[in-house]
Design a protein around this ligand. Sequence first.
Ligand SMILES: [Zn+2]
Ligand SMILES: [Zn+2]
Ligand SMILES: [Zn+2]
Length: 375
Amino acid sequence: MSEEFVFTLLYLLICLGLIYPLDVFIGAGFTIKNMFSSFLGSEKERFIMYHIKKSMLNIFIYSSLPLIYLILLFIMGYAEEVSSLFIGTTIYWQTFAATSIALPILALFQIQKWIYDKYKTHPIAVNLSKHCNNNNTWETVATDIENEYRRFGTVCIESNPVITIVVTENWVCKVTPFTIFLAHQSDATLNVKKVTNFEMSDMGTNYAQFMNIEVKSTRMDPFTIRIKSENFVDLETRLSRTINVLPNVKFHKSVNDQFIEIFKETVEKNHRYVTDIEPDICIGCLEARSAIKLQKQCTYRSYEENRLLGHHEELGECTDCFCRPMWCLDCISKWFVSRQTIHEKHLWLSKKCSCPMCRATFCVLDVSLLSNSEE
Ligand SMILES: [Zn+2]
Ligand SMILES: [Zn+2]
Ligand SMILES: [Zn+2]
C-alpha cells in the first residue's frame, strides 16, 4: 500500500467523521460544533442564529474538503502529482481538481450573499418567514422560538448524529445540517406513518424501534421526523396535541407496553367472574368502568412448580382478595408492571404482585374479567 493511498483512506475517514460524527468522534470532541464553538456562540441563548451560522459553516467546510485534500497532498510532497491532476491524466481527475476549487468559491459566494441581505434568503429564514403573521418578519418568529427554547421543558431528541428534533412549548423543529423545518403546534397534525424494528444483537434480546412521524402544517410542506420509540412519550408529553397513529401502524412504545399487551391477552383466557352488580368507575383512571376481580385461581401445584423451576417468589403463595371489582384491566396491568424490576423482564409473567387495596398476593392467573350471569 502506498503512502498516498493510506493517506487518502485516512482522509476519507476523517471527512466521514466530520460530516456524520459517530460516537468516537463526538467523544473525542472532533466535531464541527466543538471546534468552532466560539464562532457559533451559544445555542441556548440564540438558537436560530446559532443554526444559521452552523449551516453556513457546514456548507463551507463540506465544500472545502476536496481542496484541503489536494493542499495536504501538496504539503506532503506530492506536488508533481497534484499539479499533473490539473493538467489532467483523465477527464475525471481534471473535473475533480476543477470542482475542488470551484466548490468553496461558490460556497463563499452564497454565504456572502446571505450575510449581505441579512440572512433573509437563507433557507432557515425562508422557512421561518412562512410562519409570519401580517407584517411580522422572520426575525420576530426567530425571537419567539429562541425565547421558548431557553425556557425549561424544551425537549431535544437526537434522530441521528446530524438531525435533532426540538420541541418547545409551541414549536416542533427538525434541525438538519443545512436548515430547520418547523411547524407551530397549533397548526400542526402529527401522524405516525411507519414503524421499523432493528435487532441490535443476534440474540434478539436488544432491539430498537424507530418511528417516522409526519408533521403536517398548513404553512409548510410536510416533513418527517424519525425518533426511537422510547422517545415517543417525551415527545407526546411536550406536545399540546396528540400524535395520531394511523390504523395500519402497529407499535410497542416500550418493554412495559409490550408486556401489558401480553398480560391482557393472558387475562382474556382466564375464568370470568360472574356478577350482576353494576361495576363502579375504575379508581385508578376514573374513566373506564371496573372490569376485573382478583380471585385466587392458580393452584398450589402451579406455585410448587414455580418453586421447583427455581422461581422463588418473595411474595409467597397467592392469597384471596376480598375487594370488590375496582379496577379496569388497563390500570391493573400497569400496576402489575410497575411492581416488577426491569432486569427480570423475561420472568414477569410468572411473577406476583399485591392487590393495591388489601395487599393480597395475586398472579396473572388470578385476574378475572367480569361477566354477567346472562352471558
Ligand atoms: Zn382504570
Ligand atoms: Zn384486594
Ligand atoms: Zn396466583
